[in-house]
Ligand binder design. Structure first.
Ligand SMILES: *Cc1c(COP(=O)(O)O)cnc(C)c1O
Length: 365
């Protein structure tokens, strides 16, 4: 079986370093908010190119904390609107609704899969407070047009960088392009922990201080509570693992880029469509999506031939039961993506032979 993402093999490729890091934490006797956390926050802020990094429990919390902090700082209020791509993973939208803010869903472009920046301006109202871009599939979603719209309408730019650690726009990394970014280190992400983990990056010191307090019960001084916060901290074992894996992230991403380039150069089936190809620096290939009107048939065929694939995602957010009021919104491009998308195996550890095998099977479909 060619695995979609062999997490065990990925972990084993750093086995000694990871084991050493975990042992160091065990022996330190300090398990929450210690040296590993401080080191990771420093290293990751430097890697992303932001002045501040705050470790937290997971990616959903990172996004939720950013919006909550903007509310505590009186920049956002209940009922304000946040523009977000309609085809995102549901966590981007949950972070908005959990804060009593209103997500305004904007269609992506079919070729790029990222929010269509030509559709954003007509969705801006006097309640709009931010654009949340999501670097889906590992592709950079930022455009100069989006930056200009934020300036022109005085909107915050929030990045959901859960799928794009290491991706660039020009000389900057995604996660440093806007006012604040949420990052997830869920095990399957490009930079993945061995459990849940996340972080916020920002250059805004006031926001950073507020997020840090909110993630720690609303406290910046022990037993003194400025906000009704939550408990969302990055624990020392995960921080230690992330410190190891961050050192290998660029290498891992370049292996993903090699696999992706092979797919782009060799997949030639007339009924299989690929998204537009970006320069390597603008895509860290968290996923490799392909599109086929016979998607389910194609997936069964690959499964029968021992190739594991996944669908990202089978049901778009506006069709989910949890948002049942939105069922009559029409978002045809988003719905088409969810109907036709299939993600091929891609990872830093997939062998050349297996990549070739996937392509041969696809072309023979
Ligand atoms: C994974 C993911 C998240 C949520 O991260 P968790 O750590 O699982 O909470 C948010 N947004 C996107 C786009 C994601 O892919």
């Amino acid at each position: 079986m060619i695995s979609f993402l062999p997490l065990k093999n990925i972990t084993l490729s750093y086995n000694d370093e990871v084991a050493e890091a975990i042992k160091r934490v065990i022996n330190s006797g300090w398990y929450i908010q210690g040296q590993e956390n401080t080191t990771f926050e420093h290293n990751y802020a430097k890697y992303i190119g932001s002045s501040h990094c705050i470790g937290c429990g997971n990616g959903l919390d990172a996004l939720t904390l950013i919006l909550r902090a903007y509310k505590e700082l009186n920049i956002m209020h209940d009922g304000d609107e946040i523009i977000v791509p309609a085809n995102t993973y549901i966590a981007s939208i949950l972070a908005i609704t959990e804060n009593n803010l209103i997500p305004v869903l904007v269609e992506p472009r079919g070729e790029t899969l990222e929010i269509d920046d030509s559709l954003i301006e007509k969705h801006i109202t006097d309640r709009t407070k931010a654009i949340m871009i999501v670097h889906l599939y590992g592709r950079c979603a930022y455009t100069n047009n989006i930056g200009d719209l934020c300036q022109k309408h005085n909107l915050k730019l929030i990045e959901d960088n859960a799928q794009a650690h290491g991706c660039r726009f020009g000389t900057k990394r995604t996660g440093s392009l806007g006012d604040a970014a949420g990052h997830s280190f869920y095990p399957g992400k490009n930079l993945g922990a061995l459990g849940d983990a996340g972080a916020v990056t920002t250059d805004d010191e006031e926001l950073a201080t507020c997020v840090r307090a909110l993630a720690n019960y609303g406290s910046s001084q022990k037993y003194v509570f400025d906000y009704c916060g939550r408990n969302s901290r990055l624990d020392e074992i995960q921080a230690a693992v992330l410190n190891v894996k961050l050192r290998h992230l660029d290498d891992d991403n370049s292996k993903r880029q090699q696999v992706a380039n092979y797919y782009y150069n060799n997949i030639s089936h007339p009924e299989i469509k690929l998204p537009s190809q970006l320069p390597d620096e603008n895509n860290v290939y968290h996923l490799f999506p392909i599109f086929c009107t016979k998607r389910d048939e194609l997936q069964n065929y690959l499964t029968q031939n021992e190739v594991q694939t996944l669908i990202h995602y089978p049901i778009p957010p506006h069709k989910q039961k949890c948002y049942n009021g939105w069922n009559n919104i029409s978002l045809p491009i988003t719905e088409k993506i969810h109907k036709e998308e299939l993600s091929l195996p891609i990872s830093p550890v997939i062998s050349t032979d297996n990549v070739k095998r996937v392509v041969e099977l696809l072309n023979a479909f």
